[in-house]
Design a protein around this ligand. Structure first.
Ligand SMILES: [Zn+2]
Ligand SMILES: [Zn+2]
Length: 68
């Protein structure tokens, strides 16, 4: 079984907590939603390929259904 104490660097010592998945993460890997200004981890945001805008999954979901 995996040892829960062995965390990758982006989780280890994370001082920030994601507003969406509530996972701790390092500040360097934090993303902020352009629509709701919510701080979340990089796993909970989507970067629009056209505008480069960062949206959390909730805001991205409202904007349009994402395939996949
Ligand atoms: Zn998250
Ligand atoms: Zn958002």
């Amino acid at each position: 079984m995996a040892n829960r104490k062995t965390l990758p660097w982006w989780l280890d010592g994370g001082t920030e907590s994601c507003d969406l998945c509530e996972q701790p993460h390092a500040l360097q890997s934090q993303r902020r939603c352009a629509a709701c200004d919510r701080a979340s981890c990089e796993h909970c945001v989507t970067v629009d390929p056209d505008t480069g805008e960062i949206l959390c999954h909730e805001c991205a979901g409202e904007a349009g259904e994402d395939k996949g």
